[in-house]
Write a protein that binds this ligand. Structure first.
Ligand SMILES: [Zn+2]
Ligand SMILES: [Zn+2]
Length: 350
């Protein structure tokens, strides 16, 4: 009974058709133009790093050049790969999604496609794939991104609080692993002074996409409470610092950090933060559960944001407002927040 292999070796050599028109494989089958033609493949999503298309004249390629690491942001490519696969199949084409082993990156892309197409959760989509390709096993970071994708209803958009928290935790993780954050991954909350009323409260490399999304979101945004757009201000000079939308809430005395963005956190809401902040101010100032700081998303006007830690000073009057630390810091209530961008409540007006 022990000599029975876990799966047929042909699984690695071949590609598997997960749903009609959508195939999955490692790199081995992609070395043969004839084999792919035989299977009727017309389009290829190649998720390898480094990479180059092998038969650019024969197939239409979509290249995602990323390594198979927990820290890789794959979710940002889900909208593009979904559209590519959907359009190809819609026109009667056949799509092969592959990486090196056909176990992690490519499986994640196919899983995300199945989730959105069939409106099914991660586990169900993965089961579907594993039945045909038992070696399917996305890395832990990708599993978390798939769970997030479900939580944000397939809407990869920086107006989504959970997605911004994910980007922030990814920045903190990059800072920890590599000692710096890549410029293209630096996503900062918009300076409320330069922010237009209809623009999203974030700027980044995807600002154009976000702006388009923001237009679609206008009616929803109009319904949002005014308090979310209201900025925290410097107590001394009244300079607007950051909107309430960019305040990170935490349960007092509990170490909820920014790395957690699972579905249950979606219930966290700014109004709750304000409520809990109000509750805290009414408590005794000596109480250990009082939060003396606002924790905010890193914002555009911050100085030396690439440093591991530093002071936060008002961009107008230079008075000291707080501190930041990418590795995290402890709130006065005992909660540990990572990363921590703290404004002392005594220095700002809500
Ligand atoms: Zn606190
Ligand atoms: Zn000031």
């Amino acid at each position: 009974m022990f000599d029975k292999p876990l799966f047929d070796a042909s699984i690695i050599r071949d590609m598997q058709e997960i749903i009609p028109g959508l195939f999955l494989s490692g790199s081995q089958p992609t070395e043969s133009r004839e084999y792919m033609k035989e299977k009727g493949i017309t389009h290829i999503v190649q998720v390898t790093f480094p990479n180059s298309p092998r038969f650019p004249g024969d197939f239409i390629y979509k290249i995602i050049a990323v390594p198979d690491m927990d820290e890789t942001n794959l979710i940002e490519h889900f909208p593009a790969t979904y559209t590519f696969i959907h359009n190809a199949i819609d026109k009667g084409g056949k799509v092969l999604v592959h990486c090196m082993a056909g176990a992690s990156r490519s499986v994640t892309i196919v899983c995300a496609y199945l989730m959105k197409t069939k409106k099914i959760p991660v586990t169900e989509a993965l089961n579907l794939i594993e039945k045909l390709r038992p070696i399917a096993e996305p890395n832990d970071g990708f599993i978390k991104q798939l769970i997030l994708y479900d939580a944000i209803e397939y809407d990869v958009n920086i107006n989504r609080t959970e997605y911004r928290r994910f980007l922030m935790s990814n920045m903190a993780r990059q800072r920890e692993v590599f000692g710096h954050i890549k410029a293209e991954d630096m996503t900062l909350a918009a300076d409320p002074l330069t922010q237009q009323t209809s623009a999203p409260s974030i700027v980044s490399k995807t600002a154009a996409a976000a702006a388009t999304a923001a237009v679609q979101e206008v009616s929803k945004a109009q319904l949002q409470s005014f308090s979310q757009k209201r900025p925290l201000k410097c107590k001394k000079c009244r300079r607007a610092l950051v909107t309430h939308d960019n305040i990170i809430t935490h349960a007092p005395g509990h170490g909820q950090n920014a790395f957690q963005y699972r579905k249950r956190d979606a219930t966290l809401h700014v109004s709750q933060a304000i409520q809990s902040n109000n509750n805290n101010t009414s408590a005794s100032p000596m109480s250990p559960t009082v939060c003396h700081s606002y924790f905010i998303e890193p914002v555009e006007w911050l100085q030396d944001v690439q440093s591991l830690e530093g002071k936060i000073s008002c961009p107008k009057c230079d008075s000291k407002l707080g501190t930041f630390n990418w590795s995290g810091d402890q709130c006065s209530c005992g909660a540990w927040i990572t990363p921590a961008f703290m404004l002392h409540k005594g220095k700002v007006d809500a």
